[in-house]
Design a protein around this ligand. Structure first.
Ligand code: KIV
Length: 271
């Protein structure tokens, strides 16, 4: 897509400058062209083509089933709607764990076939080699620590992570390791606010929180959750800005009633 000269794109450097200046970073998920265009036009800094598409777009219970091809399809659709935001794409489960060559191949496919700007991987020390290899190809990498939904069957629950000292210490070490390896930012999901604030103050790269309190450098939410499209998911950290589930249901019910009453289309709504 051609970029208008007047649009100043958000880059990984802009994000690091925002952190240095104390400006908070706003990030949301997007999975399709229309949503990408609306969120980008509204001024969002980062769009995450998250593997949460597996839940909210495909209706799976976990993020595990979504494939690399499906992630590329979503990412390419989002990119076509974006002029300004940095677009980050999740490497899906099974496309990078334990094999850094495969991780690089997956990341290259995402960048080449979707036109996205960066990839995100879940995990710390255990994925270091994959992160290094992807970075060596010039692909920016965002880390993801805390609750990492691709490991849900190891955790057994979606509850808050790193409440105990041993897990918190490991998370802090992993965050430093990801920064040293070259990640440009790290998502911290569902960890105590105090721990997240400490990580954000110790690290130079931006820390983007979801359920990690206000002491971090930015926030991310799943757009379907914050827009209230999904009324079954109400964790404490979620703020709903709309109730689209109810609004859409009412709109559709009005349409059905209009069709049944032969009120739609009117004489002005036909050729
Ligand atoms: O896939 C996703 O939506 C995510 C966010 C929850 C950070 O990884």
């Amino acid at each position: 897509m051609s970029v208008h000269k007047s649009v100043k794109r958000v880059t990984t450097h802009v994000l690091q400058e925002m952190k240095r200046n104390g400006e908070k970073i706003a990030m949301l998920t997007a999975y399709d062209f229309t949503m990408g265009r609306i969120l980008d036009g509204a001024g969002i800094d980062i769009l995450l083509v998250g593997d949460s598409a597996s839940n909210v777009m495909a209706g799976h219970e976990t993020t595990l089933p979504i494939t690399l091809d499906q992630m590329i399809y979503h990412a390419a659709s989002v990119i076509r709607g974006v002029q300004r935001s940095l677009v980050v794409v999740d490497l899906p489960f099974g496309s990078y764990q334990g094999n850094s060559k495969e991780a690089l191949t997956s990341a290259i496919r995402i960048m080449k076939e979707s036109g996205a700007h960066a990839v995100k991987l879940e995990g710390g020390r255990e994925i270091r080699e994959s992160v290094e290899r992807i970075l060596s190809a010039g692909i920016p990498v965002m880390g993801h620590l805390g609750l990492t939904p691709q490991s849900i069957y190891k955790f057994g629950t979606y509850t808050v992570r790193a409440k105990e000292t041993a897990e918190a210490d490991r998370l802090i070490e992993d965050a430093h390791l990801l920064q040293e390896t070259g990640c440009f930012a790290i998502v911290l999901e569902k960890v105590p606010a105090k721990l997240a604030g400490r990580v954000a103050s110790e690290l130079e790269v931006p820390i983007i929180g979801i359920g990690a309190g206000g002491g971090v450098d930015g926030q991310v939410l799943v757009s379907h959750d914050m827009l209230g499209m999904n009324n079954e998911f109400s964790p404490r950290f979620l703020r709903r800005y709309l109730n689209l589930h109810e609004d859409m249901t009412l709109a559709v019910q009005r349409y059905i009633a209009d069709v049944r009453a032969k009120d739609f289309p009117s004489s002005n709504e036909q050729y």
